[in-house]
Design a protein around this ligand. Structure first.
Ligand code: GLC
Length: 423
């Protein structure tokens, strides 16, 4: 059966273009590579373990274009390091398609590691508006949005209901509830991802953006962080640790550790991505049925999330670029995007899915998520984003650990960002 399917496909395409079934010239008439064959797809840890089944479906349908999944660590920074090492190997690299964090596109594209993609091969118009920009650099498309993300506030709705309190909309309300209600139930108040890695950059940027500040302006050309808003945002988080309503343990949390603390019933409030809500609410979770979700709070009303997520890119040295593009088109198809949500609990990039009544019934947080994504702020777009993020992490970690005041940390960060920009 398997060979028949393959032979059938070869015959079918033979009349159109000579493709992977027989070794042919790699260049088609339009200058595009047309040869097809097996590939690797490298990605950060698949926290909800769904990607194997999605790729399994592709592999069954495409026996000559099998995709091997390469799972890198959970931490965005470690995945970044491993991808950079591989891409620097040029033709000797082993990653063909890369599921890159939305914040790496500029760096990877500027380094010449990614193959520019033809816009008309992908359904960009059907994606949520802000996501396409994360895949472009210098007005060219270097990746295709695959998963989006926005930070949300998870809270223990059983406890707030008992206390007759509605979920916090402002930092003052969050702080008050974390200080007064959490201890009554022997819980810690609030946590996010405060280990020094990309997650801390995200949490710090959200605090700054929520106070209407910014880190860099003009597409990364201007340092704007030295502001009252940044001092207020970083100061809010630092005060939480100092006063104990953010537990010190949170200084070692990434997504998974913070999710576990909430899911084990140790936290009243948690900032995390929506997958944590799905996981904490799933049958078997000790807090299933007790979890609510609202937009992130800010100083005087709803705050602003950072735009998260990942884009699919093709290595400049990918073995079969045509298969790579076809795989990306498949992974961003409406059917697979639906599975990204239903199997992976990850936010799809296709706008229509957020208004699908069946999905909204099953994932009641979709409207909040949609509006959080639409209002989310991108991380600074810079070919040196990795260095920008490292500077943010170091300064903010010192403020959170109490080694430096928020004011001093912001001033130092501003100086370091000027140095990153000018070197
Ligand atoms: C999530 C987001 C990603 C972000 C990372 C930080 O994976 O989707 O954009 O950089 O978390 O830890």
């Amino acid at each position: 059966m398997r060979w028949m399917a393959t032979a059938g496909k070869c015959l079918l395409v033979l009349g159109l273009v000579l493709t992977g079934c027989v070794p042919v010239d790699r260049r088609g008439s339009d200058g595009e590579d047309t040869e097809r064959g097996p590939l690797t797809l490298a990605t950060a840890g698949d926290l909800t373990g769904y990607l194997g089944s999605v790729l399994g479906d592709w592999n069954r349908e495409h026996p000559d274009e099998q995709v091997t999944l390469v799972q890198l660590p959970d931490s965005a920074d470690e995945t970044h390091a491993q991808m950079v090492t591989d891409l620097r190997r040029g033709e000797r690299g082993r990653f063909d398609v890369l599921n890159i964090d939305v914040s790496w596109t500029s760096e990877f594209a500027a380094a010449g590691w990614l193959r520019p993609l033809a816009r008309d091969r992908f359904p960009l118009k059907s994606f949520l508006r802000p996501v396409v920009d994360t895949a472009t650099y210098d007005n060219r498309l270097y990746a295709v949005p695959y998963v989006t993300n926005a930070g949300l506030l998870l809270y223990r709705k059983d406890i707030l209901a008992k206390e007759g309190v509605s979920p916090p909309r402002t930092w003052a309300e969050l702080e008050e509830d974390a200080k007064t209600i959490a201890p009554k139930y022997e819980l810690n108040g609030y946590a996010g991802q405060f280990l020094a890695y990309e997650g801390l950059t995200v949490n710090a940027a959200e605090a700054v953006y929520s106070a209407r500040g910014s880190i860099l302006g003009d597409e990364g050309k201007r340092v704007t962080v030295n502001s009252t808003a940044a001092r207020q945002g970083i100061g809010f988080l630092a005060r939480g640790v100092r006063e104990g309503w953010i537990p010190r343990a949170a200084l070692s949390y990434k997504e998974e550790e913070s999710k576990q603390a909430f899911q084990d019933g140790r936290l009243l409030f948690l900032r995390n991505w929506p997958y944590a809500f799905a996981s904490a609410s799933a049958p078997g979770s000790p807090v299933a049925g007790k979890v609510g979700v609202v937009p992130l709070p800010g100083p005087d009303g709803p705050g602003r999330s950072v735009l998260g997520g990942s884009d699919l890119a093709v290595s400049a040295h990918a073995r079969y670029p045509d298969t790579a593009s076809r795989l990306i088109a498949y992974l961003t198809s409406e059917a697979v995007q639906r599975q990204v949500l239903t199997r992976g609990a990850l936010p799809p990039v296709r706008a229509s899915l957020y208004e699908d009544p069946d999905l909204v019934k099953k994932f009641p947080y979709l409207p909040i998520l949609r509006s959080s994504v639409l209002h989310a702020a991108p991380r600074p777009k810079s070919p040196r984003y990795d260095q920008v993020s490292l500077a943010v992490q170091a300064a903010v970690q010192d403020a959170l650990a109490g080694h430096q005041t928020a004011e001093a940390a912001v001033e130092r960060l501003s100086r370091e960002l000027h140095a990153v920009r000018t070197h």
